[in-house]
Design a binder for this molecule. Structure first.
Ligand SMILES: Nc1nc2c(ncn2[C@@H]2O[C@H](COP(=O)(O)OP(=O)(O)OP(=O)(O)O)[C@@H](O)[C@H]2O)c(=O)[nH]1
Ligand SMILES: [Mg+2]
Length: 259
């Protein structure tokens, strides 16, 4: 099933969670570690009341809402909180499949400014799947209170993607987040993620696999990222890709690699 395009608009289906969007709608995912304020950002932008609280893991199904900015309609998807996109849990799989298959116009990764290092792991993983990333450096008020100071320009340069500091609970930084988001969505700003470079052996394997994947998939999915997953032996993802796009060809490639 996966992603289908109809004359009336896009229909994005993921395991019974269904959203229909007009072709002109911009579709944005909110990803992030548990308890970083994703739902607070979601509520502030959409005016909805997705439950927020002080413990991790409350957003079990992704919530969906919309808002209008500068005359354009945005559909915002509040994904479950995850530490990783390696699909070790159902939540991680929902978040990963959504980011990788839904042809999003951008992904906002909400990170906790008081424990940035741990949160950056997910940012790096999202950047391996898509260029269209905006980092929302949330809980900046808490960071200030704890006397943690972050050089936002430097962080943005190091990552290669825009970073906006916010304190979503009191609305601080959200107008700027929307400006930066629209710059990325409409490609006035084109992020160039500084992705992780692996050991020479792994990079060599990626270089061999990537052209084969690109030949099968075109630009439907990030070929470097699929190559990494093949090297990882992630057959579940391979089957998910085949199911959506191309028979069993990526699985055959995976069998070749893993033989
Ligand atoms: N001080 C402060 N608290 C915040 C901010 N943003 C969110 N919070 C609080 O942090 C807690 C968690 O917020 P949520 O929006 O539920 O976080 P979440 O990322 O959706 O959490 P999960 O759905 O569990 O992944 C709530 O108590 C929020 O009120 C902020 O910028 N500053
Ligand atoms: Mg939530």
């Amino acid at each position: 099933m996966g992603l289908t395009y109809q004359s009336t608009g896009r229909s994005i289906t993921k395991e019974g969670l269904n959203i229909k969007v007009a072709n002109s709608d911009k579709v944005i995912a909110l990803a992030g570690n548990p308890n970083t304020g994703k739902s607070t950002v979601f509520n502030a932008l959409t005016g909805l009341r997705q439950h927020t609280g002080n413990w991790p893991g409350k957003t079990v199904l992704r919530a969906e809402g919309s808002f209008v900015h500068n005359g354009h309609r945005y559909r915002l998807i509040d994904l479950p909180g995850t530490y990783s996109l390696l699909a070790n849990s159902a939540d991680e799989e929902v978040a990963r499949d959504f980011i990788c298959f839904a042809r999003l116009d951008a992904t906002i990764v909400v990170v906790d400014a008081t424990c940035l290092e741990r949160n950056l792991n997910l940012v790096l993983q999202v950047m391996e799947i898509t260029n269209k990333v905006v980092v929302c450096l949330n809980l900046i008020d808490e960071a200030r209170r704890k006397k943690i100071s972050i050089d936002i320009e430097k962080l943005s340069r190091s990552l290669g993607v825009p970073v906006v500091a916010t304190a979503a609970r009191n609305g601080e930084g959200l107008p700027r987040l929307l400006e930066v988001l629209s710059d990325v969505v409409f490609e006035r700003v084109k992020p160039k993620p500084n992705i992780v470079r692996y050991s020479p052996e792994v990079e060599k394997a990626i270089a061999q696999l990537e052209p084969k994947i690109r030949a099968l998939m075109g630009d439907k999915i990030n070929s470097r990222w699929v190559a990494l997953r093949l090297i990882d032996g992630d057959l579940k993802l391979v089957q998910a890709i085949d199911k959506r796009f191309c028979g069993n060809e990526v699985e055959l490639l995976a069998q070749e690699v893993l033989a």
